[in-house]
Design a protein around this ligand. Structure first.
Ligand code: ADP
Ligand code: MG
Length: 247
């Protein structure tokens, strides 16, 4: 079934260097519709840089990022149109603090997708309901808990009706009691077939939801595989050492 679908995103021989510091080296992976790829690895291994390259927040030093076969690192690409299709959720929420919850979720829909206000409001409400935040539409971000802010950030990304979502450690900034509510939202998105690339330290979650797991070490993909295999039967010493920290 899966192989019948063409890849949405292909990362090919991606490398990224900051000055002399080579942060990503020849990264290769791809994702198809409905896949959930979890990226794990120690701090500093290049996970955020990889997501930031995929979203073109960083320019790759070499290699390609193909979205439906088109290289988004090439010239003449409309980056805003691309970003509307590939949403991103950050560790630190990045909500617009001067706007209400509803305003946050409408902004991209009116400004980037150019929908009228009424449509944008309906769309925003639909996704705020989905993440359980419909009661908070008039609140400002500072009035919300971390878990609530992150659920609003997810609703804001969903309101763009993207083809794919990138998550960079969406629960790492949260108090432990709020991690579950955010993972629950992500689990339901996975069940509904949302295509996602998720950087996470939540190993039980990664094991449950992912189609494939990518383990990064020092800027390379050190091991990659199906979750049951990678977590139960890691092949590389580095993977074993890393996973041992979570037992
Ligand atoms: P991770 O998300 O896995 O913790 P990062 O991608 O944030 O790793 O960082 C990988 C390496 O890249 C680190 O050594 C970091 O210092 C370096 N790095 C990240 N962003 C920049 C930048 N804008 N300028 C210089 N070095 C950077
Ligand atoms: Mg990071």
């Amino acid at each position: 079934m899966d192989e019948l679908k063409s890849p949405i995103l292909q990362v090919r021989h991606l490398s990224k260097r900051f000055g002399d510091n080579v942060v990503l080296r020849d990264i290769n992976f791809e994702t198809r519709h409905g896949n959930v790829i979890c990226i794990i690895g120690a701090s500093g291994s290049g996970k955020s840089t990889l997501l930031r390259c995929i979203n073109m927040l960083e320019t790759p030093t070499s290699g390609q990022i193909l979205f439906h076969g088109q290289d988004i690192t090439g010239k003449g690409i409309n980056i805003n149109a691309y970003r509307a299709k590939v949403g991103m959720v950050f560790q630190s929420f990045n909500l617009f603090n001067n706007m209400t919850v509803l305003g946050n979720c409408m902004a991209g829909v009116t400004k980037v997708l150019k929908k009228d206000k009424k449509t944008a409001e309906e769309t925003a409400m639909e996704y705020l309901s989905k993440v359980g935040m419909a009661e908070y539409i008039n609140a400002k971000p500072h009035q919300l808990s971390g878990g609530q802010k992150q659920r609003v950030a997810i609703a804001r990304a969903l309101a763009m009706e993207p083809e794919m979502l990138l998550f960079d450690e969406p629960t790492s900034a949260l108090d432990p009691q709020m991690v579950g509510e955010v993972l629950e939202v992500m689990r339901s998105l996975a069940k509904e077939g949302m295509t996602m690339v998720i950087v996470t330290h939540e190993m039980a979650f990664a094991r449950d939801v992912s189609s494939r797991v990518v383990f990064m070490k020092d800027g390379v993909v050190a091991e990659e595989g199906e979750p049951a295999e990678l977590f139960e039967n890691p092949k590389q010493e580095a993977t074993k050492d890393f996973l041992a920290r979570f037992r």
